[in-house]
Design a binder for this molecule. Structure first.
Ligand code: BDP
Length: 701
């Protein structure tokens, strides 16, 4: 097995008894209604259940006697209306569904009822998941509504098929052969996304190329949109702010210029002519060299609103990123987005969302939440998570990201009292926003198993499930995924879940323990590089972030330092202000701590740092043993893929540990405790390593 089928594996259930049981309840299907999305639901149910039950589960053209599945839209299907109570119907929202087992007038049914066709599709996938994980259907009665409206993937895919920060091969979009050639992967991609509730995709890189707006490219985009539509997925594009110059031949891209405004309105009209359900634009402006409104002395709101006005007549939105950089190097980059965006709260059009990375720096193994969450109550804020592992072991390390997503989503901002979690900010409930959204930077490529590292599939899966409902516990997502992907053996499931559940903390330990951050190799971000000190900008170096000196280690972001801490709510600050009370997770993020300072563990900072690095590396060795213990339950092809990656991860975890300890030791001048394995090489050796072809580097246009 090579992993191509992801979690959508519908192999025959091993136990005949279980199969027979399901045959009684889901042996036939009737979908009342006719539309491409309903047809998808029917086909998925029929194909999936036929595989699982080992016999054909037919899609009927009318409801037959005898037990089976009926599905349809409330208000449109008389049959469905007859099965759903008003009380239940009222609870179902857009894209949500009711899934129940019910007996009525002597008929046994599994009912999937929704207010719209996407709801029926999502309910169908939920039912498949229940059968795949061998859950009981009798007495089933659940209503599930998505908490977040726009659940999108962001592809950092370039038109030449390279993928920025991609570790799974090349881009799956074959622009050259589009629109005529439609790779079967486009359909399989859409299925996989629909199965976890993802309803949008931005197919182009945030470092955008205006060529996408050329008429022939728009036809290619339209061809992809046509493939995605029956799966309920809308397409979005990144908009390069200077496109009116590059594609329109104008002299300016000033958002207040009438000619520029007209160019965008005309372009948007052209897009909607081809793609009537086009979603809108994602924009990276005035960041890392990307053009933006500030080039014309306009602010982010003026830039975003100009595009929003062009999209508004068609119901399109602008997702405007808060990942900005000033040209001058700031004393603390962590403060910048907040400083630029908070004053603009209330100045954005209704169809603008601000897309904010989970933390204030850049997708580090662990960051505190971004201070913008909760600080712009008048503006819908989108979460941007990275699914691709730019800073977390890239293509080779097993790191269950759902734990990290959960930690971020459940963090309390305190802005409206206790319980004002990040999840409630982004689902719109805290401030009563109509629009809500979440984005995940995709980890998908041409690799046969889609994500390169097999366990990367778990991150894609978990992202979709949390986008649907940010309150789902990571552990229950791991359990679903493991059962759908690998095995039902209870022992093996628990071992694999444990690997997923602990691996994020493990990665933090061997890369950036105690709140360290941004100490990776330069440019490609592969491997350790705490010594990096010469880059075009100081805030691209490592020394800028760890501030190691003979006294101690860490970035003082309290009032005695950059005071970035003051950007958070006072109750949030309280937990972090004091270096003796702060959680060790964020110690060196917010404090410059003396090497000999004694921490709550009883160890000095130096000793704790050494022990954390060693705990991390040791946990990878343990993970290898755990994986070996489940070998009987995994097919040999996939077992080996994972085993080989774990070997690399073990080697690299030790490399991280030894390189970082050697480097920090040159400041602390203290010994690594004698009971710990000593680094194999000296610092010069680690510093001398070069990786000119490490994957995922940004191409220079
Ligand atoms: C950083 C990446 C860079 C991206 C940038 C962004 O290193 O490749 O372009 O973020 O999010 O994480 O725009």
């Amino acid at each position: 097995d090579d992993g191509y089928r992801l979690w959508l594996r519908f192999d025959e259930i091993a136990s005949e008894e279980v199969r027979n049981d399901y045959r009684q309840s889901v042996g036939q299907i009737f979908i009342d209604g006719d539309s491409p999305i309903l047809a998808t639901a029917g086909k998925e149910l029929s194909d999936g259940l036929s595989g699982l039950l080992g016999q054909s589960v037919p899609l009927l053209d009318r409801a037959a006697d005898g037990p089976g599945i009926i599905a349809g839209i409330i208000g449109q299907s008389d049959l469905i209306n007859g099965w759903v109570t008003t009380a239940d119907a009222e609870k179902i929202q857009e894209e949500g569904y009711l899934l129940m087992q019910k007996e009525q007038n002597g008929q046994q049914r599994i009912v999937i009822a929704a207010k719209d066709e996407r709801g029926v599709l999502y309910g169908s996938f939920h039912l498949l998941r229940l059968v795949q994980t061998q859950s009981a259907l009798s007495g089933l009665h659940l209503i599930d509504n998505p908490k977040i409206k726009m659940r999108v993937l962001n592809h950092w895919d370039n038109l030449d098929r390279t993928v920025e920060r991609g570790y799974a091969g090349f881009s799956i979009w074959d622009w050259h052969q589009l629109p005529e050639f439609l790779d079967v992967r486009y359909t399989d991609y859409a299925r996989a996304n629909a199965s976890i509730g993802i309803n949008g995709t931005v197919v182009t890189n945030v470092n955008a190329n205006a060529l996408i707006f050329r008429p022939d490219y728009l036809e290619k985009v339209a061809a992809l949109a046509d493939v995605f539509r029956p799966y309920g997925i809308r397409i979005y594009l990144t908009a390069r702010f200077s496109a009116p110059i590059e594609q329109g031949g104008l002299e300016t891209a000033d958002p207040l210029d009438a000619g520029v405004q007209k160019w965008w309105s005309d372009k948007v009209a052209e897009i909607y002519e081809l793609i009537p359900d086009f979603g809108g634009f994602l924009v990276k402006a005035n960041s890392e060299g990307q053009p933006g409104p500030q080039n014309y002395n306009r602010n982010h709101a003026e830039g975003a609103n100009m595009l929003a006005d062009a999209l508004e007549p068609y119901g399109g939105v602008v997702m405007w990123r808060a990942f900005v950089y000033s040209n001058e190097e700031p004393e603390d980059r962590a403060k910048q987005a907040y400083n630029e965006f908070v004053p603009l709260d209330g100045k954005f059009r209704k169809n603008v969302l601000i897309q904010v990375k989970n933390g204030p720096i850049d997708f580090q193994p662990r960051e505190p939440i971004h201070p913008l969450f909760g600080a712009m109550p008048q503006t819908p804020l989108m979460m941007e998570f990275q699914i691709t592992k730019e800073y977390l072991g890239q293509g080779t390390h097993l790191v269950g990201l759902a734990k990290m997503y959960e930690e971020v989503l459940q963090t309390d901002t305190y802005v409206k009292g206790k319980g004002s979690t990040v999840a409630k900010v982004i689902d719109g409930s805290l401030d009563g926003h109509e629009l809500s959204g979440i984005a995940g930077v995709a980890n998908i490529g041409t690799a046969r198993n889609w994500t390169g590292n097999l366990f990367g599939q778990a991150d894609w899966y978990a992202y979709g499930r949390l986008a649907w409902d940010p309150e789902i516990a990571a552990e229950s997502i791991f359990e679903e995924w493991t059962k759908m992907t690998f095995t039902h053996d209870p022992e093996a499931v628990s071992v694999i879940n444990n690997m997923l559940a602990t691996s994020h903390e493990t990665c933090v330990r061997y890369m950036t323990p105690l709140g360290l951050h941004h100490i990776m190799g330069p440019g490609h971000h592969y491997g350790p590089g705490p010594w990096v000190s010469r880059m075009p900008r100081a805030d691209w170096t490592s020394v800028y972030y760890h501030k190691a000196d003979e006294k101690g280690l860490g970035f003082d972001r309290t009032a005695s330092g950059s005071d970035a801490l003051s950007q958070y709510h006072p109750d949030f600050q309280k937990e972090l202000r004091d270096m003796d009370k702060i959680s060790h997770k964020f110690l060196l993020w917010f404090h410059h701590v003396p090497w000999d300072h004694v921490l709550s563990t009883g160890n000095t900072l130096w000793v704790e740092l050494c022990r954390e690095y060693h705990r991390g590396a040791a946990a990878v060795t343990a993970m290898k043993e755990q994986w070996n213990s489940v070998s009987d339950h995994i097919d040999p092809g996939r077992f080996r893929q994972v085993a080989m990656h774990l070997d690399i991860q073990e080697k690299e975890a030790k490399w991280w540990r030894d390189a970082c300890l050697r480097y920090f030791q040159s400041f602390s001048k203290m010994e690594i405790p004698a009971d710990l394995e000593q680094p194999e090489h000296d610092l010069e050796y680690y510093e001398s390593l070069r990786f000119p072809y490490a994957p995922g580097i940004r191409p220079r246009w």
